[in-house]
Design a protein around this ligand. Structure first.
Ligand SMILES: *[C@@H]1O[C@H](CO)[C@@H](O)[C@H](O)[C@H]1NC(C)=O
Ligand SMILES: *[C@@H]1O[C@H](CO)[C@@H](O)[C@H](O)[C@H]1NC(C)=O
Length: 184
């Protein structure tokens, strides 16, 4: 294998790792999702760095509690009546699929008001990751970065997925080129 091929392989591996690396966070650690956690969920969340595609694992007794993804307003008022998502299987894994804030409250009456609530803010996708592989040809254009709306630094989901698809397509082509070269 010559050094050029080796470089290609490394690029592909790096790109794939970038796309698939994700962390699973156990909300509340050993306590899990409970009314009175040893440490406030939001104090815990502020210490963490959440990235797109990371996961939150909520553990609680099925039938006695649940996890509701709600709007900011419902979070602030502990309103359980109209959740965006209702997780109630006792071992709920939630994928943080975009940047920005996610609001969770307990679905059991009274629990949220006693502090069983969590805000997770997922970091914005970096525009120019340092680890992006060197490209032999111009990379597919993903369009100019749109200016953020005033008062917000959160990129639109459309921009994020376009970037991921471009990197993904690039990795795939590189992998195909390498495998092709290796077999011939
Ligand atoms: C809870 O939210 C719903 C809409 O999602 C609203 O109709 C209801 O009035 C709210 N309840 C309270 C107590 O604010
Ligand atoms: C969530 O789903 C469970 C199971 O379907 C249900 O019993 C519960 O009432 C739901 N909670 C809310 C707040 O919608």
């Amino acid at each position: 294998m010559d050094s050029h091929a080796l470089l290609l392989v490394l690029s592909v591996l790096l790109a794939l790792f970038n796309l698939t690396a994700s962390t699973e966070f156990y909300v509340g650690g050993r306590n899990g999702w409970v009314v009175k956690p040893a440490e406030s969920y939001n104090v815990w969340a502020e210490r963490m760095r959440f990235q797109v595609n990371d996961k939150l694992a909520f553990e609680y007794k099925k039938g006695e509690d649940s996890v509701l993804l709600v709007t900011k307003e419902a979070y602030n008022t502990c309103n359980t009546s109209n959740p965006t998502i209702n997780l109630s299987d006792g071992n709920s894994v939630f994928v943080l699929d975009q940047s920005g804030p996610f609001f969770f409250i307990s679905g059991t009456p009274g629990h949220c008001a006693q502090g069983q609530k969590l805000v997770v803010v997922v970091m914005a996708v970096r525009k120019n990751p340092h680890s992006s592989p060197p490209s032999p040809a111009p990379a597919p254009a993903v369009g100019p970065p749109s200016p953020a709306p005033s008062g917000s630094h959160i990129p639109t989901p459309a921009t994020s997925s376009a970037q991921v698809s471009a990197v993904s397509a690039f990795s795939f082509v590189m992998a195909a080129l390498f495998i092709g070269g290796f077999l011939l």
